[in-house]
Design a protein around this ligand. Sequence first.
Ligand SMILES: [Zn+2]
Length: 324
Amino acid sequence: MTIELPGLFDLQVNGFGGIDFNAPALTAEGIGGALSRMRATGVTRCLPTLITSSFERFAASARVLARMTDRAIAGIHMEGPYLSPEEGARGAHPREHVAPPSVDDFNRRQDAAGGRIVLVTLAPEVPGALPFIEHLVASGVRAAIGHTAATGQQIGDAVSAGATLATHLGNGCAQMLPRHPNAIWELLAADGVLASLIVDGHHLPPATVKAMVRAKGQNRTVLVTDAIAAAGCAPGRYAIGGVQCALGEDGRVSLPGTPYLAGSSLTLDRAIANAVRFTGLPIEDVIPMASTIPARYLGTATAGTVTADWDADTGELRVLGVHP
Ligand SMILES: [Zn+2]
């Protein structure tokens, strides 16, 4: 069946098609190539995501991104460095560059980015995080909770301070949590908080996706890829920032020799198809999670339309064309 979708919108993408947005050698041509590869998967707008790194490394990528005039770039998602330093919660973010938030550091990064940072993921339990969230919100930047070892209470405090998104809920936290209260339940229950999910079949089991979407509600769920350069590429070794990772035959991207995932090779069209399979929802209820809901969250709009073939029997979504 041929269906028409709004242009897809990815709030979290670290790279695509062999291009790493976090690499020191990032160029405008490279970004353009990655955007056109993403476009073939239906994505017409996105937030290139810069992870924890030194100021110099961050600024080098941010400056190249800031100069891009392509409408596909809706802003920059800064994931770190204000994250939990703990194993597990930190995920693949390099520990030596994890730091507590500071308005001065953020302002330098925002200057390097030409003011285009629109979303910051941070851990609300690190010192200074709550006033920093208030500062972000007052300056029009969305605050997201992620890579955190926060208690339920600390999550509640962050939500009161103005945090409005749970970044890749169910990932970027300790392997073992108290059954309740814990950050996941708290974030699921917070009505003012949207949750982004990586629905690649590796980051969250199908039943978890189904239960999270039901608990959060369709209108508060966002599908993201968290893709790295390996997306759209063959299995092998890739990098995100200076961190080496491996794309397996099964599509899983991990830090070699550890149990930790390091982003994904997911594409947003596949995320939609997976979410339909995992939740049992009709595809028309899932499409907004990857298009209009993230756009509305940022106070902006989707761009263009996508024609796709949807096979409800096999659960396969194939992009046929993307129109301006
Ligand atoms: Zn992350």
